[in-house]
Write a protein that binds this ligand. Structure first.
Ligand code: UT7
Length: 335
């Protein structure tokens, strides 16, 4: 069996910075509340008409990852795209990236696992590489949340949290079996599917029905999150899935060179850090600047950590995520 290695990382975020102060003018909230409860200071929101879409941001991140890998788009033999905010209901954004990059006829897979989408995608890439099916797989996480948030006091529990952006990696076949992706671990619990969800429009509630009823109290087309409930599950599942990855590789928390948790809430990251007795250098957070970018948060953070020189050879990199589904996942990498 082959080993898989991340050989290129890139990210792209829209230029438009939206501070907590800016949000105060849209709804009944405060910079103090947002920072205290989430750690977020600002996020990026696309400006309508600026040309940014989920797939275009994903494409920009992908170009950087491919260039860093010293490859050409034509070297990519499979694309995996994770998002909960696709450009279209169908087709998914994987084929749009394929078109933009001019990659002809390779497979493009769209993954729908929300905050865990990037790690699920990485896991799929890892399996395809290990079995020898593909050599260079492009894995993208991208989200454009801002257009679909309820930017009023009614939606404040959700809308202050989410941001737009994209990250991408190139996963490559390697013959070195001591380095690269050591293992991935995927879980879900559909019992809590509706605790963090966007219910309509969907096949359960088609658009014509929503338009016909035209109920101003219908919030089903905005994301809904039972924040406290999600928070309590998140802290347990994050810790479990990180320990599962360490145990699978006979490693301990002290072996973690850097933990890059999905950027859901700084309080969640801090809780895990404390619980696992990790020092500040072992945990990377950038939610302060981007908010929660769902499937894009881990590759954006990985890319920034890499730019800061924190992702170096031999380091144990742990990725972990929890989110809607519920889904949760981890990946352990020896760089
Ligand atoms: O990425 C996917 C996974 N997502 C997560 O893991 C998120 C998990 N949950 C959370 O991060 C937190 O639950 C939130 C940040 C969403 C909310 O923080 P919280 O400490 O759980 O607040 P809460 O929902 O219990 O609300 C506390 C109060 C409420 O007012 P009352 O009922 O105490 O009077 C809310 O109405 O804060 C109020 N509130 C706000 N106030 C100002 C809710 N949103 C806001 C807001 N600004 N934006």
């Amino acid at each position: 069996m082959y080993q898989s290695k991340i050989v290129g990382i890139g990210h792209f975020v829209p230029e438009n910075v939206v501070t907590n102060k800016d949000i105060e003018s849209l709804m009944d909230t405060s910079d103090e509340w947002i920072q205290e409860r989430t750690g977020i200071k600002e996020r990026r929101w696309v400006v309508p008409g600026d040309g940014n879409t989920t797939s275009s941001m994903g494409t920009k991140a992908a170009r950087k990852a491919i260039s860093q890998a010293n490859l050409l788009p034509s070297d990519i033999d499979f694309i995996i795209f994770a998002t909960l905010s696709p450009d279209y209901y169908f087709p998914g954004p994987g084929v749009m990236v394929q078109k933009e990059l001019g990659i002809t006829e390779v497979g493009a897979l769209d993954v729908r696992n929300q905050c865990s989408g990037f790690i699920y995608s990485l896991s799929v890439a890892d399996q395809f590489i290990k079995t020898g099916m593909y050599k260079n797989i492009l894995v993208i996480g991208s989200e454009l949340h801002s257009g679909g948030l309820e930017k009023s006091s009614r939606g404040r529990g959700v809308s202050v949290i989410f941001g737009d952006g994209a990250g991408a990696v190139v996963v490559q076949r390697s013959e070195n079996n001591t380095h690269g992706i050591l293992s991935t671990h995927l879980h879900s619990e559909g019992l809590h599917a509706e605790e963090l969800a966007l219910i309509g429009p969907s096949t359960g509630r088609w658009v014509p029905e929503i338009i016909e009823v035209n109920d101003p109290n219908d919030t089903s087309y905005y994301p809904h999150m039972n924040g406290n409930f999600v928070f309590k599950h998140a802290v347990v599942r994050f810790s479990e899935v990180i320990m599962e990855a360490l145990n699978a590789n006979s490693l301990q928390t002290s072996d973690i060179g850097i933990l890059i948790p999905h950027q859901a809430n700084l309080r969640i990251s801090q809780f895990i850090q404390k619980q696992m007795k990790l020092n500040d250098a072992q945990v990377f957070n950038n939610i302060m600047h981007y908010g929660n970018t769902t499937a894009a948060s881990i590759p954006i953070a990985l890319s920034e950590a890499n730019e800061q020189g924190l992702i170096v050879k031999d380091k144990i990199v742990c990725l972990a995520a929890f989110g809607s589904g519920f889904t949760w996942a981890s990946a352990l990498i020896r760089w």
